[in-house]
Structures are given as C-alpha cells and as structure tokens.
Design a protein. Structure first.
Length: 159
C-alpha cells in the first residue's frame, strides 16, 4: 500500500479535505461539448424509458424485447456501479481516508439571494414553530404569536 508523503498531508490538512483548487474548480463550468453530451445521454435515457413503457402498455410485449431490455439494464447498471466505485476508490487513493467532516463557516448573514438574515438563533433553538418573513431585502426568522414554547426542564436545587 502506498503512503502519502508528510508534506501532502499537511497541505491537505491546511486546505481541508478538498484541496487548494476546490474553490477555483467549483467556479469553472463544463465545456460546451461535455454539457451537450450529458444532455444527449439524459434525453436518450428518457426516450428509452418512455419507449419501454409504451411497449409494456401497448399490449402484450414480445419476450425477446423484454429480454433485451433486461440484459441492457443489467449491463448499464453494472457499468455505472463499477464506474462509481472506481471513482470513489480513486478519490480515496488521491486524498486518503476522511478523518472528519470538512469545516464549514457557521456565519449565516445572507441567504443565496443576497437578503440579510435577521434571527435570534439562541431563542429559536427551542421553538416548536418558526415563521420565515421576507421583507424586501431582509429575511426574518421569528416565532409566531400564540404558539406555546416548550417548558424548560425542571432543575433540582441542591441546598
């Protein structure tokens, strides 16, 4: 079994398990031909799905067609599963085993639309119901009026 050199481990630890190029790669778009190929594969899959259901519902399907459909599905599922396993093994070989969950910034100041977030998270932690109110550029998380708060656990006093 190959081991990573210590410098690689320090770099991976400094940048999280994703590595230093993860942020840059997340911003890059797929080439047009690759996106077109993905769209063609998805469309072909849906057409095959629709055709197979049309054959099933049109009447009594021929046994030969069903046999080809089952063999094709078996081949496709096998290839996709093997490819997915190989992909994950490759990630494991490059980056090593995961030791923890990646660190995530806990500041939640704005939503994905750029609205400012206004919330008392400590108070809302015990709420049974939370209303999300959007007022223009501000999103507020509030407890609705009339909803009872859960009772605080009884604390035993020791004299």
């Amino acid at each position: 079994m190959l081991k990573k050199p210590p410098s690689t481990s320090r770099v991976a630890a400094a940048h999280g398990w994703q590595g230093p190029r993860a942020a840059q790669q997340a911003q890059e778009h797929l080439p047009v031909l690759r996106r077109l190929g993905h769209a063609v594969l998805v469309a072909a899959g849906w057409l095959l799905f629709a055709w197979s259901w049309q054959r099933v519902t049109a009447g009594r399907p021929e046994l030969g067609e069903l046999r080809w459909l089952m063999l094709g599905a078996l081949a496709v599922v096998s290839v996709l599963t093997t490819g997915w396993i190989a992909h994950n093994v490759g990630i494991h070989r490059r980056k090593g085993p995961r030791r923890s969950v990646p660190a995530v910034e806990m500041a939640y100041d704005a939503d994905f639309n750029g609205r400012r977030i206004d919330a008392d998270w400590a108070r809302l932690a015990g709420a049974r119901c939370i209303d999300v109110v959007v007022d223009g550029a501000v999103k507020r998380f509030v407890e609705p009026d009339g909803v009872p708060r859960p009772a605080l656990p009884a604390v035993e006093e020791i004299a």
